[in-house]
Ligand binder design. Structure first.
Ligand SMILES: O=P(O)(O)O[C@H]1O[C@H](CO)[C@@H](O)[C@H]1O
Ligand SMILES: O=c1cc[nH]c(=O)[nH]1
Length: 235
């Protein structure tokens, strides 16, 4: 038991956990892809489920939005529940006209405008990066299931409603592909705990074209990403 995640004895947290920001996306994944899912936590309605996928135990836990929230839930999963692997299954806004709404982006590294790293007291700028082991599994899963993705740098921002129309262009000029709000904290917590993390996101908004997915699409439609993450989780 931890402060923010309760555990039903019948459903211990699995070694590998998928983490969407949206707890209702967690519910959707559990109910549509896991066998015999049991909801082990509903504190603050931040649902967590454990079931099996292809016979292997897998959990799905909402992270909430932003680095403080992801920071709390992933910390407790790694340090209180012996979780080894976390795969974020999120949404992101694309800065790149080659990466369209509905495409999948994998965060090799997560730039950030947040000061989350202050907790770790490094005497410089830390570079949050993904687990190579999980990346290799994801690549294999993508090839086996014919699901494509683009891998590169994303930025994890503290602010969703940034002021002005142009703020993202400087990130784009550094070949940062997309913006989301959690990967950097997840990668830092994983590194500090000596565990594995990978953030994959489906593009829900486009900064170049102005396109936007609906709330319903963000909750339920991004199934290739869910499948890819589940396949990687059980390898
Ligand atoms: O869809 P999720 O996983 O929540 O991810 C993105 O969506 C939220 C903003 O709408 C932020 O959490 C951002 O990172
Ligand atoms: O953080 C996010 C997520 C999706 N779309 C955005 O523009 N920002």
């Amino acid at each position: 038991m931890s402060l923010h995640i309760a555990i039903d004895d019948k459903a211990p947290v699995a070694k590998s956990v998928l983490m969407p920001g949206d707890p209702l996306r967690a519910q959707f994944i559990a109910e549509n892809y896991l066998d015999s899912p049991v909801r082990y936590s509903e504190i603050r309605n931040m649902y967590g489920y454990t079931g099996t996928y292809k016979g292997v135990p897998v959990s799905v836990q909402g992270s909430g939005m932003g680095m403080p929230s992801m920071g709390i839930y992933s910390w407790e999963l790694y340090n209180n529940f012996d979780v080894e692997n976390i795969i974020r299954v999120g949404t992101a806004g694309s800065f790149n006209d080659k990466i369209k709404v509905g495409d999948i982006v994998v965060s090799l590294a997560a730039s950030t405008d947040s000061n989350y790293q202050h907790a770790f007291r490094v005497p410089g700028q830390y570079s949050p990066s993904c687990s190579y082991e999980l990346l290799r599994k994801l690549q294999q899963a993508g090839q086996e299931n014919s699901i494509d993705f683009t891998a590169g740098n994303v930025v994890s921002c503290d602010v969703f409603y940034e002021i002005g129309d142009d703020w993202w262009k400087q990130w784009a000029s550094m070949d940062v592909l997309a913006v989301e709000m959690e990967a950097a904290a997840l990668y830092m917590n994983a590194a500090y705990a000596g565990k594995n993390a990978l953030a994959i996101m489906t593009i829900s908004d486009h900064f170049v074209t102005g396109e936007k997915a609906t709330v319903e699409q963000r909750q339920k439609d991004f199934t290739d990403m869910m499948k890819l993450a589940l396949e990687a989780a059980v390898k």
